[in-house]
Design a protein around this ligand. Structure first.
Ligand code: SF4
Length: 81
């Protein structure tokens, strides 16, 4: 079972790309001007990916000025970011 869930909330993502600058796992789409994280699938209000290990995701999430990126520890249900 994956240990972490990374979620991007598109209701608040403004597409300025601080996350993309800090972590190559994130990419800005020309189509919708939202951030996309590698391996993610669509969920309500955005997208999410389950991961065994975090790379630079936490750094990107902490840098988001709109608090659009959330990280959950799936074992403890603790919200890390
Ligand atoms: S830093 Fe936050 S608001 Fe900016 S593109 Fe990334 S997720 Fe969206």
């Amino acid at each position: 079972m994956a240990k972490f869930r990374v979620i991007i909330d598109y209701t608040v993502c403004q597409g300025f790309g601080a996350c993309v600058e800090l972590c190559s796992k994130f990419d800005l789409s020309d189509v919708d001007a939202k951030s996309h994280v590698e391996g993610a699938k669509k969920v309500a209000n955005g997208e999410a990916v389950d991961l065994d290990e975090l790379d630079c995701h936490k750094k990107a999430a902490e840098a988001c000025p709109f608090n659009a990126i959330h990280i959950i520890n799936l074992k403890t249900n603790e919200k890390i970011v």
